[in-house]
Write a protein that binds this ligand. Structure first.
Ligand code: PLP
Length: 393
């Protein structure tokens, strides 16, 4: 029998990928809430440990429920292998630390989720791994930054919170010419709309906390790459250091995956309508939405994304006062720094997610006092537009 799972369309992979059934034939994926596994004999234990028998040993590094989540994600992403982690930040940290040593160098786009920027700018240098931050939209800056000791390039696209879109294929080429790997944080695009490995990236990381759960319940992360890279660098690092995903969270996230494409499609449809409404509103100074023809990198969006996703960045004319007034007036849209949730969420990056940066650093990223990041949810678009319209009025 041929399986042909790789040829399934994404919706089918999201429902059936990675499923392993126990002897009971359960329909919904089983939750193996267990730390360890018993062996029938001492010989069986030995075979498990020396790799002759590929079964499970200990949930710090492998668990059946977590493995189903990893396999489903790997199938969706077209990756050779995947490893789940306790959070998105555990995934990003592991993707770096598993492969760098003192003396190495990394290059990253400046516009990063602020904890990612901490890893690159503060944490790695403490262990002798130097880093250079570049304007990710400028390919010459990437080229100028790579050195013989450069081990990894890192970017997010679309960027947080200003939604610039970076050219993944072009940066991958620069990485490969330098003998480095490109790591892409694909959270904002989601696996539904962008496939970095197909564009030439070597490693993809997600905060599964966002759209993959999509219902505000649990934290999670995942790193995906080739089987060789996972075997050589990632697997042992995670096994020995232990930032593991709980099997319970893996189970919640597996159920999240079943509806991921339906949710993201609806959120994106809503976001496109809201972006068009906001673009024409007199209180809005600037609107960035990757699904619109006026996006600053619309040509790259057309090449590498299948749709614009559910995030909108807007700048209000009245600065912080106007931004706060809108946030506080909204009834349906909640104020929260999370994203990708069923509920629409808005946040003021300058005073929340990017508070750590001084004003000059914020302005360099395009974050002004009037900037708001809007994660569009699953509510009815007309209700959301009415809520925003009232809030702006
Ligand atoms: C949320 C987020 C992270 C971190 O994920 P956690 O699950 O919160 O640890 C990393 N990168 C991006 C782009 C994110 O949005």
């Amino acid at each position: 029998m041929t399986s042909g799972k790789e040829n399934w369309k994404p919706a089918t992979k999201l429902v059936h990928g990675g499923t392993m059934r126990s002897q009971f034939g359960e329909m919904s994926e089983a939750l193996f809430l267990t730390q360890g596994f018993a062996y029938d004999t001492a010989e069986a234990a030995e075979a498990r440990f020396n790799g002759e028998d590929p079964g499970f040993i200990y949930s710090r590094f492998s668990n059946p429920t977590t493995a189903m989540f990893e396999d489903r994600m790997a199938l969706l992403e077209g990756a050779g292998a995947a490893r789940a982690t306790a959070s998105g930040m555990a995934a990003v940290t592991a993707a770096f630390l598993c492969q760098v040593s003192a003396g190495d160098h990394v290059v990253a786009a400046k516009a990063l989720f602020s904890s990612c920027r901490y890893i690159v700018e503060d944490l790695l240098p403490r262990f002798g791994v130097t880093s250079t931050l570049v304007d990710g939209t400028d390919l010459d800056q990437w080229r100028a930054a790579v050195k013989p000791e450069t081990k990894a390039l890192f970017l997010e696209s679309p960027t947080n919170p200003t939604l610039d879109v970076l050219d993944i294929a072009a940066v991958a080429e620069i990485a490969h010419e330098a003998g480095a790997v490109l790591i892409v944080d694909n959270v904002f695009a989601t696996p539904v709309w962008q496939s970095p490995l197909q564009l030439g990236a070597d490693v993809v990381v997600y905060s599964a906390t966002k759209h993959i759960d999509g219902q505000g319940r649990c934290l999670g992360g995942i790193v995906l790459s080739s089987e060789e890279w996972v075997d050589e660098y990632l697997h042992n690092f995670l096994r020995q250091t232990g930032p593991s995903m709980s099997p319970f969270n893996a189970w919640v996230l597996l159920k999240g995956l079943e509806t991921l494409d339906v949710r993201v499609a609806r959120q994106t449809e809503n976001a496109a309508k809201i972006a068009d409404f906001l673009a024409d509103h007199p209180s809005v100074a600037r609107l960035v939405y990757p699904g619109r023809a006026d996006h600053p990198q619309a040509d790259i969006v057309a090449r590498q994304m299948r749709a614009g996703s559910n995030l909108i960045c807007l700048e209000l004319k009245g600065g912080k006062e106007a931004a706060y007034r809108l946030c506080n007036a909204l009834e349906i849209v909640k104020i929260s720094n999370n994203l990708g949730d069923a509920k629409s969420l808005i946040c003021h990056p300058a005073t929340t997610t990017h508070q750590r940066m001084d004003e000059d650093q914020q302005l360099e990223l395009g974050i002004t006092a009037g900037t708001l990041r809007f994660s569009v949810g699953l509510e009815d678009a007309d209700d959301l537009i009415a809520d925003i319209s009232r809030g702006l009025g």
